[in-house]
Design a protein around this ligand. Structure first.
Ligand code: ADP
Ligand code: ZN
Ligand code: ZN
Length: 831
């Protein structure tokens, strides 16, 4: 009845490899691994002739491939799967939905530390001898063979040693002559953090032994004091088990304790040095935090959320800024954790401020992991493994934390769900973390709470249609009131000549008042640098990037003009290269210029700037926040970064620049963006006991979007917006796929786009195809761009089929010889 062990069938594994080829690869499982291979383990396989890659075992079966002999798996890296079944399903969904390969999804999902670097190594063939070989060798070959008598070298080391770029032909010739062998050295990149510590040796960790020791040390006071210090810090006499973890050298060696005495004691077997693995996270203990009692409003909202979850898996919490959403989240997270489910709390990239994380850490301590792109790779591997092993039940993280290996998610909270930074732009997968999290939740049968003061139009629409539950929180916590918002009419002020530099008289007056009351001010301008444009006053020349179709932004602190798309920079010219005029001026203004003007207007105030340029490091951001929090900084000028997540007590005034530019940006979402950004930053004004004030500078004070903002009328804003979307068939009434063709040749770019659009028009029914047209920026990094937009009516069309057809035609265009160097990118649900 039972088959004997050795006649068991041969197993094959489908392996997912990090290559942009949309298929899985079949490998044969070595018999000795038959009992060990499992879906989700990492495996090393040979790919092509010389490459060794790390892949994921996708499934295991008994069917050999039809047309070729499968190669063996070289090694299986994990004892237990690194990736769960649910994750693999999720990867598959993402690849299908966002039109990319599983390999690309895997690449985005796994922290680099879990991928392996493989470097080809070259060594002399063990049976080879240069003197006895019958073959002839070139000079270069001989040089290399001599070197290889002593060393094993990587490809790149050989190229360097021989001073040639392409060594493949040399290596091929040498392999043919049986002179060398190639192999792959695979290194694990992840390194646990270890710490060197000191403890008593096992023989010493006994009372009698210590007594003896002190007798011998009585004439050696320096060594004696080391031992005494140790006993004081590590009370082994109280309990010998304390010796196990010992003490760090740093803690033992204080001023009056010498290192050389310690070394003598180590040499004499009194102490020993050892290493332990220490986690990068989780040292903070959960503090006793004062219990926060939810207000009546918050309790009602929380009750409604629970109730809503009975009918809806997804619920939107629409709560104005300062209404106390975070406390409700904390309660929900606690409840979910109590029922032993895992929790994911998603935050947009910028908003993952120390403030929120610190608050959560105080409540949840080491049970919470933090997953952030600014963390090092080792730190990320640790969170990954923590989730996998079940040690971390709760993770707070940005976009990429949807990839973590949860196996029992009960709740996902998506804070600031409207935020555009949830969407990954480049490279593939171009996914939206909110939408992906909704799918993830479905796979786990988890509940989702979306939170926002200014929900995305799409989200609010689904709530209105009763697809999502909806809970409101319309009052600020405590007695805090919404800020008073006023408009500075720039047209009017220009007439009255009350504008100074870029500042309206109204805003200047308010800043002055706030400063004299020792209150703080936030200035929001969504553009970094000094001036977005430079030009010649005489002939109108504008310096442009040499690689992109954009004008260069002037940065004063670098004294250079910089391209924000490719990083190209050049010095500011004193003469116009066209007409030689010296009248070169800057046009428009960014955060840097506002900072400078503020310092002129208010020389006594301390002004700080927060934008991409001042926050490149992890600590840059934190220290700016801290200085503002402690009142060292009075005025904070910044880009989007100042608009969210910050909760400061003494900010009484917010100034908003360039509302007009936000509103008139040519995109169907520009009104929504403007509404969200301005409302969000306004929310920073006046918390708790004092009503704040917001001044918006605008040349179109009658604009309906501003009117809605002024009166905090989200519903009215939404109504207008959604009607407009319906009329023009934009999301949520359609789905969009944006196809971008890139080519270094302008004509080839256009021709490829035209061909693609024509084919799609012929073969896709029931959709609208717009373009091809030049996108707003028509050249980036020397690649010309053309785009085609596809509008797919919602509900009626077969999305899967449409995507298949699109992909077929893209492949066809790329097969044309003239378009071989084109790249064609699909962005599903572009943001
Ligand atoms: P939101 O995220 O909705 O903008 P927050 O959660 O940041 O609002 O809350 C606003 C302020 O009110 C914070 O300073 C917070 O500490 C405080 N707060 C909210 N709820 C409570 C509560 N139940 N008890 C005490 N303070 C609260
Ligand atoms: Zn000129
Ligand atoms: Zn550029």
């Amino acid at each position: 009845m039972f088959e004997p062990e050795d006649s068991r069938s041969t197993l094959f594994a489908e392996i997912l490899l990090p290559v942009p080829i949309p298929k899985l690869f079949t490998y044969r499982v070595p018999a000795k691994l038959n009992d060990h291979v499992r879906t989700g383990q990492r495996a090393i396989v040979q790919f092509g002739d010389r490459k060794v890659l790390t892949g994921l075992i996708y499934n295991v079966h008994e069917t050999p491939p039809k047309d070729y002999e499968a190669k063996y798996i070289l090694e299986v890296l994990d004892e237990f799967p690194s990736v769960t079944d649910v994750q693999l399903k999720f990867f598959q969904w993402m690849a299908d939905y966002y039109m990319c390969t599983m390999g690309e999804v895997m690449n985005a999902a796994l922290p680099a530390g879990l991928k392996l670097s493989s470097e080809s190594m070259v060594q002399l063939h063990p049976a080879f001898s240069l003197e006895e070989s019958e073959h002839a060798f070139s000079e270069k070959e001989q040089m290399l063979l001599k070197r290889l008598q002593h060393d094993t070298l990587t490809y790149s080391e050989i190229a360097k040693f021989l001073g040639v770029k392409y060594i493949y032909s040399i290596l091929k010739s040498l392999t043919g002559k049986n002179a060398i062998v190639l192999f792959e050295e695979v290194k694990e990149k992840y390194k646990p953090r270890t710490e060197k510590r000191i403890r008593l040796t096992a023989e010493m960790n006994k009372e009698e032994a210590l007594e003896e020791l002190f007798k011998t040390l009585s004439s050696k006071p320096k060594q004696e004091s080391v031992v005494l210090k140790y006993l004081q810090e590590v009370p082994v006499l109280h309990d010998h088990a304390n010796n196990k973890t010992g003490i760090t050298k740093k803690d033992l060696l204080t001023d009056d304790i010498s290192e050389s005495s310690l070394h003598t004691l180590i040499k004499n077997n009194v102490f020993e040095e050892f290493e332990i693995v220490v986690p990068r996270f989780g040292f903070e203990e959960a503090h006793e935090v004062p219990v926060v009692l939810l207000s009546e409003e918050q309790q009602r909202a929380q009750g409604e959320i629970f109730k809503s979850f009975e009918q809806h898996n997804i619920t939107l919490l629409h709560g104005i800024t300062g209404s106390g959403k975070t406390e409700i989240y904390i309660n929900l997270i606690k409840k979910a954790l109590e029922s032993d489910a895992q929790v994911l709390y998603l935050l947009p990239e910028i908003a993952l401020t120390t403030q929120i994380v610190q608050r959560l850490k105080k409540v949840f301590g080491p049970a919470m992991g933090v997953y952030h792109s600014k963390f090092s790779d080792n730190e990320r591997v640790e969170v990954w493994n923590g989730v996998l092993s079940g040690k971390l039940k709760f993770v707070t993280g940005v976009r990429s934390s949807v990839f973590l290996p949860f196996d029992n998610l009960g709740l996902i909270i998506i804070d600031e769900e409207h935020d555009a930074s949830y969407k990954q732009q480049e490279p593939a997968p171009r996914y939206h973390a909110r939408d992906a999290a909704l799918v993830m939740a479905q796979l786990h049968h988890a509940k989702v709470l979306l939170g926002s003061a200014t929900p995305a139009v799409e989200t609010y629409y689904h709530a209105e249609q009763n697809k999502y539950g909806l809970v409101r929180l319309d009052k600020r916590f405590g007695d805090a009131q919404l800020p008073e918002i006023v408009l500075a009419d720039m047209g009017e002020e220009r007439k009255r000549k009350t504008i100074k530099g870029e500042f309206s008289g109204l805003l200047l007056k308010n800043i002055g008042e706030a400063l004299s009351l020792k209150e703080q001010v936030i200035i929001f301008q969504n553009r970094r640098g000094y001036s977005p444009m430079v030009n010649c006053e005489d002939c109108g020349w504008v310096p442009k990037c040499v690689n992109c179709a954009v004008s260069l932004t002037y940065h004063q602190f670098r004294n250079a003009m910089v391209c924000h798309y490719c990083g190209y920079r050049e010095a500011l010219k004193s003469n116009c290269p066209v007409c030689t005029s010296t009248r070169i001026t800057t046009v428009g203004y960014g955060t840097e210029k506002l900072e400078e003007e503020l310092k002129l207007h208010f020389p006594d105030a301390s002004v700080q700037r927060m934008d991409l340029d001042t926050t490149r490091s992890k600590t840059g951001y934190d220290s700016i926040i801290e200085q503002f929090e402690t009142g060292q900084t009075q005025v904070l000028v910044g880009t989007q970064m100042v608009t969210k997540g910050l909760d400061f007590d003494k900010v009484s005034l917010v100034g908003v620049f360039n509302a007009d530019r936000m509103m008139h940006f040519p995109d169907f979402r520009s009104y929504e963006r403007a509404y969200q950004l301005i409302t969000q930053v306004s929310g920073r004004a006046g918390r708790r006991d004092k009503k704040g004030k917001v001044v918006i500078q605008t040349s179109s004070p009658e604009h309906p979007v501003l009117t809605h903002i002024l009166h905090h009328h989200y519903q009215e804003f939404y109504r207008r917006e959604v009607d407009d979307r319906k009329q023009h068939s934009y999301p949520p009434f359609s789905r969009l796929i944006e196809i971008t063709v890139k080519h270094i040749d302008k004509k080839a770019c256009r021709d490829a786009a035209v061909m693609l659009a024509e084919q799609l028009r012929t073969h896709l029914q029931g959709v609208r195809i717009l373009g091809p047209g030049e996108p707003m920026i028509s050249k980036i990094r020397n690649q010309f761009l053309m785009s085609v937009l596809i509008k797919i009516p919602r509900g009626k069309s077969d999305l899967v089929q449409i995507k298949t057809i699109i992909q077929q035609h893209i492949d066809q265009v790329l097969k044309e010889k003239i378009f071989r160097n084109a790249r064609i990118i699909c962005d599903v649900d572009p943001v």
